[in-house]
Design a protein around this ligand. Structure first.
Ligand code: AMP
Ligand code: FE
Ligand code: FE
Ligand code: ZN
Length: 288
């Protein structure tokens, strides 16, 4: 029995619809999956129905953009109440920020005489949480770039002319929000970018788990993170980070996480991790 706890759909920068993703999950015989679209939980309702139709257990989740000491990192939130008002309010903020950012990226590219229209990107993204991959695809559609990599290398990476920073919250805010919405907070792909250097602060801040298994982690990196999670009594998770056909071959199936890790997450949720209990107490106090 296997699961994949890191997947994207057309509700952010993936290319599979929830129904297509459920069909792929079925093809790989996954018994449970989590949808972790960037800065949105909008796809969860359709994903849940699609999973139900395929007798796959569905875990509502998200991947939040946050930062600690100036380092951008991604925080996964699992088992969220996708109707939680404060969570939804923050999602709206993220999404408005992402849409404004697309306009700014396009404006910068146009200054360089790149013939791209905002509407090219928005039509192609067709979601509330657009990102750079949508700009990259629009550049390909306009035959300005030949590949996603070329688009990122020439225009979209940090320090390139189309680079615009993203709306972020602090890691502490992300943790509190996920806990308030009833979920577990797990740091995504610690082996990527500069997340590694933020790990001690994140552990101190009270994360619930570490995404030890990820397509871009080497076996020795995964082993190292499992050791770290055990040392700090944190949950172990893993997922493919599949974005559909974004880069040719879909990544789903590259990580097959044993289902026992989902059981452990649920156990952690039931037993009420100290950090979560604190967040609950804090939110109750706020309401009073
Ligand atoms: P954004 O959220 O708009 O900053 O875009 C980040 C997303 O872009 C990541 O989640 C990846 O899906 C994707 N990405 C980052 N670098 C590349 C790249 N070189 N080629 C294709 N996709 C990329
Ligand atoms: Fe992405
Ligand atoms: Fe990520
Ligand atoms: Zn992701």
């Amino acid at each position: 029995m296997f699961t994949d706890l890191h997947l994207h759909t057309t509700f952010s920068d993936g290319t599979y619809s929830p129904e297509q993703l459920a069909a792929e999950a079925k093809r790989f015989s996954f018994v449970a999956i989590a949808l972790t679209d960037h800065d949105t939980v909008e796809g969860c309702t359709r994903m849940k129905s699609a999973c139900e139709a395929g007798s796959i257990e569905f875990i509502p989740a998200t991947e939040l953009t946050c930062e600690v000491a100036g380092v951008e990192l991604h925080m996964l939130g699992y088992f969220l109440d996708v109707e939680h008002p404060r969570l939804l309010k923050q999602m709206t903020r993220f999404q408005t920020g992402r849409q404004d950012r697309i306009r700014e990226i396009v404006a910068r590219l146009r200054k360089l005489q790149v013939p791209l229209e905002e509407e090219d990107v928005f039509a192609l993204a067709n979601c509330k949480s657009p990102g750079r991959p949508h700009v990259a695809r629009a550049l390909i559609q306009r035959k300005i770039c030949a590949s996603l990599d070329e688009a990122f290398e020439r225009f979209l990476k940090k320090n390139r002319p189309g680079w615009v920073p993203k709306e972020k919250i602090t890691a502490e805010e992300a943790l509190a929000l996920i806990h308030e919405a009833g979920g577990l907070a797990v740091v995504a792909h610690p082996g990527l970018a500069r997340t590694e250097e933020a790990l001690p602060a994140l552990i101190e801040a009270g994360i619930d788990g570490i995404e030890c298994f990820h397509t871009k982690h080497s076996p020795s990196a995964s082993e190292y993170y499992v050791g770290l999670a055990e040392q700090h009594n944190l949950a172990v998770t893993g997922g493919s980070d599949c974005h559909g056909m974004n880069k040719g071959k879909p990544l789903i199936g590259s990580i097959k996480l044993p289902y026992q890790y989902v059981r452990q997450l649920k156990e952690r949720l039931r037993s009420g991790h100290p950090a979560r209990a604190q967040a609950k107490a804090a939110s109750v106090t706020t309401q009073i």
